[in-house]
Design a protein around this ligand. Structure first.
Ligand SMILES: [Zn+2]
Ligand SMILES: [Zn+2]
Length: 614
């Protein structure tokens, strides 16, 4: 019997109650399966009745009755023949017989009964239905039997359940909050980015407002990199297939890449020879035809930069950084706004180091991440350290080198006082790594980037440096893209801030609101003063009531409004209304207002972040 956590038992039991309720209301329904999920449960049904929101309410009511009856969950272990006749008696042969056949011979076959309902099920369950104290049906989605689109489409009812009503209410509030913060919605409302069918799925167009946020972030990260002794480089978007054959990215990962670009002459020649597609891909894989690949990874190009000069032990570490754009072929079903895309710009860097520098360099990477996270108010995050499986021999690099690297990773993480967990056997074959998982203000976790040690590519590219002994030595490489990509990171930030960016990141930092048209010239003067100090501001010169202008600025999530009335203009003053403080502050001259705002920008101070749910 598979052990479930107490919460999973509640949720899985709720799934059985759901199926029981559906059968009471719609006895002809055929059941498939109903497991617990990370945040609730679902059950897949084959029914002629479309499960509309009204029907869901009806089912919920019936579920409440089943729970109130306080039925006992009873486990029955049976033989295969008994199982078949039980399924037949329940008229559930369409899917359940197939599910029964999935159970390997010799394994226990069990059913769970509650009231009149009986389901083929490994368990486990709560003891009585009344233990399901709080549940809710959420929505219905189409789902194919066994996830196979050639099979019949079923109706999947999603729901969730909790041990207490309070926890359920909190969860629902969090879902509501997440919907409001959805980066696809906020990104559209604030003009941050656009994905255009004609450009291509998964390819992000950064609109002017989004471009400002990205520039600010890149500038901030670059500043940190400069302080840590990184060198910026630029590399092209395509490279020869041969480069990626050397690195191993082609042909092994070609399913996740855009297809290669082949010379026109070569294509024409192949066409004349009547070459078929499979012959072409064969020749490409073998290297008989060359071509180019849209860059799936930046590393090979940074490696060629390292290799373009002779390096001595004194030159190391060499730290090459680039906001490098790469292209990956994600399945269209996997694409999601900015967080799952086909073209993205990594905050990438490659460090070429001596073994004795490993710990310091890893520590440097971590302190950069810590700095950026704390600046953005992401104070809840954890670190995963992926280590090798000591039983396996699939790893490249000497075991002693791995021991040292793993120890260096541990020490680096430890010295930063970051919470971390070690995962044995999760390392790539070419080196141990560190992953970052941040929690946003509403408690959702986002996996961002990695710091990865690599013993493989230095071998494949035969990288060397001259040691103090005048001999050639192999450097170790570190790949690090701590925020993953600018697209994903911005998507996460949009949801984290709900569009209410701190002033230094806000596309428009100040909006000037003249109370009537006569005051526009004074507002324009103020605007000029702000622009001179680098503040991003605009004047709302439309003829509208002040109230309407304020509402518009609020919808646009502008951190500061400066209201200009007749009295203000006469006294050379402005009244400030801030997002964090809607009380009008009339104490500022235009100069002192500009000073206060530039200070807020330069210290990168954070807006009040806490969401209404915790
Ligand atoms: Zn079950
Ligand atoms: Zn890399």
């Amino acid at each position: 019997m598979k052990e479930m956590s107490p919460l999973e038992e509640i949720r899985h039991s709720a799934a059985h109650v759901l199926a029981a309720a559906v059968l009471r209301l719609y006895p002809k329904t055929q059941l498939d399966i109903g497991p617990p999920t990370e945040s609730g449960f679902y059950y897949d049904f084959d029914s002629e009745i479309p499960f509309t929101p009204e029907v869901l309410l009806e089912i919920e009511e019936e579920m409440a009755k089943v729970i109130k009856e306080n039925q006992r969950f009873e486990r029955l272990e049976v033989s295969r023949d008994e199982a078949i006749s039980m399924i037949s008696e329940m008229n559930q042969t369409t899917y359940k017989i197939g599910r029964l056949e999935d159970i390997p011979h010799g394994e226990t076959i069990s059913f769970y009964r509650n009231g009149e309902f009986l389901d083929l099920c490994a368990g486990s369950h709560v003891s009585y239905t009344k233990k399901i104290k709080a549940f809710k049906l959420l929505h219905v989605a189409g789902s194919y039997h066994r996830g196979d689109s050639s099979q019949k489409q079923l109706q999947r009812i999603y729901g969730t359940a909790f041990p207490t009503k309070e926890e359920l209410a909190q969860h629902l509030a969090r879902m509501e909050e997440a919907k409001k913060r959805d980066h696809r919605v906020v990104g559209k409302d604030l003009g941050l980015f656009h994905i255009d069918e004609q450009v291509g799925q998964g390819l992000v167009l950064w609109k002017p407002n989004g471009a400002i946020i990205r520039q600010e972030l890149e500038g901030f990260i670059t500043e940190q990199l400069n302080q840590q002794g990184y060198s910026q480089v630029y590399t092209p978007h395509i490279g020869k297939l041969d480069l990626y054959r050397t690195s191993g990215h082609f042909p092994y990962y070609q399913d996740s890449q855009y297809p290669p670009i082949i010379h026109r002459e070569c294509l024409e020649k192949l066409a004349q020879e009547g070459c078929t597609c499979s012959e072409l891909s064969n020749q490409l894989e073998k290297g008989e035809i060359d071509g180019y690949l849209l860059k799936p990874m930046n590393c090979p190009m940074h490696i060629r930069i390292f290799k373009s000069e002779q390096r001595s032990y004194r030159d190391l570490p060499v730290r090459l950084a680039e906001f490098g754009t790469v292209y990956r072929w994600e399945q269209s079903g996997e694409l999601n706004g900015m967080t799952r895309v086909r073209g993205f710009t990594q905050d990438d860097a490659h460090l070429f180091i001596r073994e004795d520098q490993l710990q310091d360099e890893i520590q440097g990477c971590l302190s950069l991440v810590k700095m950026v996270f704390s600046t953005l108010g992401m104070n809840e995050y954890r670190v995963r350290v992926s280590l090798r499986d000591p039983e396996s021999d699939k790893y490249v690099g000497a075991p002693e080198a791995w021991d040292k690297a793993e120890e260096a990773l541990r020490k680096a993480v430890h010295s930063l006082g970051v919470e971390y967990e070690e995962e044995l056997g999760e390392a790539a074959f070419y080196g141990p790594k560190i992953d970052f998982v941040v929690q946003d203000v509403i408690g959702r976790e986002w996996q961002l980037g990695t710091v990865q040690v690599d013993y493989n590519l230095p071998e494949r590219f035969d990288l060397t440096y001259v040691g103090s002994d005048n001999q050639d030595h192999r450097p170790v490489m570190i790949h690090r893209a701590p925020f993953g990509s600018m697209e994903r990171f911005c998507g996460v930030l949009i949801e984290h801030f709900g569009g209410n960016f701190p002033t230094w990141l806000a596309p428009e930092q100040v909006r000037l609101l003249p109370m009537n048209d006569d005051l526009i010239p004074f507002a324009e003067d103020c605007l000029q003063k702000m622009r001179e100090k680098g503040v991003r501001a605009s004047v709302d010169g439309q003829s509208a009531k002040l109230g309407a202008k304020i509402r518009r600025a609020e919808t646009d999530k502008i951190p500061h409004m400066m209201i200009i009335g007749k009295r203000e203009a006469e006294e050379d003053k402005v009244s400030i209304r801030s997002r964090s403080n809607p009380e009008l502050d009339g104490s500022h001259t235009i100069d002192s207002a500009v000073l206060a705002i530039t200070q807020e920008i330069s210290t990168k101070s954070l807006p009040k972040l806490r969401a209404s749910v915790s």
